[in-house]
Design a protein around this ligand. Structure first.
Ligand SMILES: NC(=O)c1ccc[n+]([C@@H]2O[C@H](COP(=O)([O-])OP(=O)(O)OC[C@H]3O[C@@H](n4cnc5c(N)ncnc54)[C@H](O)[C@@H]3O)[C@@H](O)[C@H]2O)c1
Ligand SMILES: [Zn+2]
Length: 678
């Protein structure tokens, strides 16, 4: 049974974390001190419950809490060897855990344990960080809070910061909390309610003071030519720049992207002070670990052409990398972790919006959210004073902290298709859905394109949330709709890597029965549709310069000649030859083009369920339900072919194991000698 003190803490944390004004995503931590009976001695022990490393306050549950013995945690102060060895205290915390200890204690644990209050909240509210990063933050803290909130000069989180805050609380018995210079706020209370009220009072008082006392234009006057483009123009320019940008920011390691044209970003980029402020970078440790010390800013007006913008972004990217290398070289000392990649994670485009990048979509999206937090912080700080983030040496000490490095080293190895963005046509059903499901399970972000939007979205929702899969409407016979689905992939995930031409349908008719409409429909969906998709996708793949895969779900019927199949088999043969033609044409861009020849995939297939199966069953004189088994008996392996078997082949083609294979067709038919390739 959960201890009531812990329950109360979880409820408070969830309430605080639910409002983004109180703290950034996964930012901050909370704690409570209480008692429990020690199962070993039967006596009462004092415990500290504190949000563990990682996780978000808004969704905190019991397993997210670390549980420590308060007396032992506080006794660490007696053996604390001093600032230069404070990192050793992190390992020492393991000796103060109660029972199995719950979640791993975070670096902020000493602050919670050492401060002499039953309940403590440490938060990263934009309004609080605005005061914390104002050049005269200390004086402002006095003016705004009149002694109820005390200023604590910047110090990297750790044992010493915990001791500092504890001492400041002791010296200021009337204080309810403090502003942590360059960083955030900490509040305390004797009860959970009092602590929560104190946190909220600090945030509301800071917000109110900024609203009342800020200058009217904290980011300066409007810059001629830097105002927002129309929404349609913004989208079009973002789509046109995204592939090149993704290629650039993936120079050291491949990344997924996120785009936003939030009004706060567009306003920031339209004002005179934005170049100076962007160059100062972010301040709160949480912010710049995700956004890198500073963003890359396109220094051209909103109306700059795509060609000029791309040329300038390429120059700026070179300069960004040199600047980041300089920052690393200036600050690294013997024993610093190796440089982690010099590419920007935030790219700002005046008039258009912001791209943010990460090793997966969630990380990329959160990086963008954090830069929005930073824009709010800068607006508040500039409105009252001037924005003065912590200096680069301190940023470096956080970014290349041995403890941060250890955290990164503990991260699980990425899945084989992590950072890759896939577009699968006709993926709301059958084979396409199985392919999309498999690619997502292997770490890819997936765009499901199909005729019916609701069905595409439902299939995406089955696979995962919008960080993993989205559904878009696209009739592959329609050039504009195909382009729109590729654009949607680029806007949702920053680019495109894996394209699967799967959409299809089948009408089993003899030559004499086949109408012109039958012929056109099948050729439009399969031959023309996959040409349109490959062409729209290839433009992105070529601009990205990251290679990629185009895979055609062709058919055994592309090589096998059977009755009643003229239109279908002819268009499948067309698709099969597109594989060879495009493999030849796109090889120089590192793009592999391969095909898969399935046969007899009855289960889950809309093609079979929609009449084709009944007709085939009639042709072979078996019951429709037995068609899968009937096909299996025709194969060399006597196995029924399932959608998952086709999906497996797609996955293998996309992995680095087949990095040297292009122009190939893989039969997935359980062995049909008449369809052997030669
Ligand atoms: N099932 C088999 O035995 C088999 C064998 C060989 C090849 N194939 C091929 O595999 C692919 C998938 O077939 P399946 O069996 O999963 O069928 P399915 O009917 O279950 O799935 C096909 C999907 O394509 C979509 N689609 C149809 N026309 C479209 C268009 N114009 N634009 C966008 N989407 C469209 C449909 O809405 C459907 O969701 C097809 O190309 C098919 O020819 C299937
Ligand atoms: Zn913090």
């Amino acid at each position: 049974m959960t201890n009531p003190t812990a329950l109360e803490l979880i409820a408070r944390s969830n309430r605080l974390g639910a409002d983004p004004k109180n703290t950034n995503y996964a930012g901050g931590n909370t704690s409570a001190k209480g008692t429990e009976i020690d199962p070993v001695t039967g006596e009462t022990v004092d415990l500290l419950w504190v949000k563990g490393s990682g996780g978000d306050l808004g969704t905190l549950t019991e397993p997210g809490l670390a549980v420590l013995r308060l007396d032992r945690m506080r006794a660490l102060a007696n053996v604390y060897p001093g600032l230069d060895r404070e990192d050793e205290m992190v390992a020492a915390l393991d000796y103060t855990l109660h029972g199995k200890g719950g979640a791993a204690p975070s670096i902020d644990t000493p602050m919670h344990g050492l401060v002499d209050a039953a309940h403590v909240d440490h938060l990263h509210p934009d309004a609080g960080i605005a005061i914390a990063t104002a050049a005269d933050g200390e004086a402002l803290t006095g003016t705004i809070f009149g002694g109820r909130v005390v200023w604590v000069p910047w110090r990297r989180p750790g044992f010493q910061l915990g001791l500092d805050i504890a001492a400041i609380k002791d010296a200021n018995p009337e204080a309810i909390g403090c502003i942590l210079g360059g960083h955030g706020i900490t509040a305390w209370g004797d009860t959970s309610e009092a602590c929560e009220a104190n946190s909220l009072w600090i945030i509301e008082t800071a917000t109110g003071y900024i609203a009342e006392h800020s200058t009217t234009e904290p980011f300066g006057a409007l810059l001629d030519g830097f105002g927002p483009l129309t929404e349609a123009e913004r989208q079009a320019k973002a789509v046109a720049l995204a592939p090149t940008l993704r290629g650039l920011v993936s120079t050291d390691s491949a990344k997924v992207g996120h785009f936003t044209d939030a009004p706060e970003v567009l306003d920031f980029l339209s004002r005179a002070e934005h170049p100076r402020l962007a160059a100062l970078g972010t301040s709160c440790p949480d912010h710049f670990l995700r956004t890198k010390v500073k963003p890359m800013l396109l220094d051209l007006p909103a109306g700059a052409s795509i060609e000029d913008s791309i040329a300038r972004l390429q120059e700026l990217h070179e300069a960004y990398r040199a600047d980041y290398q300089g920052y690393y070289d200036r600050n690294a000392v013997a024993g610093s972790p190796a440089i982690r990649g010099a590419d920007p994670l935030i790219v700002l485009i005046p008039g258009v919006g912001m791209f943010s990048y990460g090793a997966n979509k969630q990380t990329a999206r959160v990086a963008g959210e954090f830069y929005l937090n930073a824009v709010n912080v800068m607006r508040g700080a500039e409105g009252l004073s001037s924005y003065a983030p912590i200096d680069e040496a301190e940023k470096f000490k956080i970014e290349y902290w041995a403890l941060e490095e250890a955290k990164l080293q503990r991260m699980p190895t990425p899945k084989p298709l992590a950072t890759r963005v896939a577009l699968v046509t006709g993926a709301a059903s059958g084979i396409g859905k199985a392919i999309a499901t498999r690619l997502a399970a292997e770490g890819a972000c997936v765009v499901i394109a199909d005729l019916d939007l609701a069905k595409a979205q439902a299939a995406a929702a089955e696979i995962g949330n919008e960080d993993v899969a989205i559904g878009v409407q696209a009739n592959v016979t329609d050039e504009a709709q195909v382009q729109a689905s590729v654009d949607a992939a680029v806007l949702a995930f920053g680019g495109l890597d894996l394209v699967v031409n799967n959409a299809g349908l089948s009408l089993s008719k003899s030559l004499l029965e086949t109408t012109v409409a039958d012929w056109d429909l099948q050729h439009n969906v399969m031959a023309k549709g996959s040409f349109l998709v490959s062409r729209a996708a290839a433009r992105v793949l070529i601009d990205q310069k990251l290679g990629g895969d185009i895979i055609y779900i062709s058919s055994k019927n592309s090589v096998f000649a059977g009755p009643n199949n003229i239109a279908y088999s002819a268009t499948k043969a067309d698709q099969a030859h597109q594989v060879r033609l495009l493999a030849a044409e796109l090889g120089e861009y590192g793009v592999k083009v391969n095909g898969i020849n399935p046969d007899g995939v009855v289960r889950g297939s809309g093609i079979f369920a929609g009449g084709w199966g009944a007709k085939r069953a009639a042709v072979y004189g078996v019951k429709e339900d037995d068609l899968g088994k009937y096909y299996a008996q025709r194969t060399l392996l006597k196995r029924e072919v399932l959608p998952e078997n086709v999906a497996n082949a797609v996955f293998v083609l996309c992995t680095s194991d087949l990095s040297h294979t292009t122009g190939l067709h893989i039969p997935v038919d359980a062995g049909v000698a008449a369809a052997f390739l030669r």
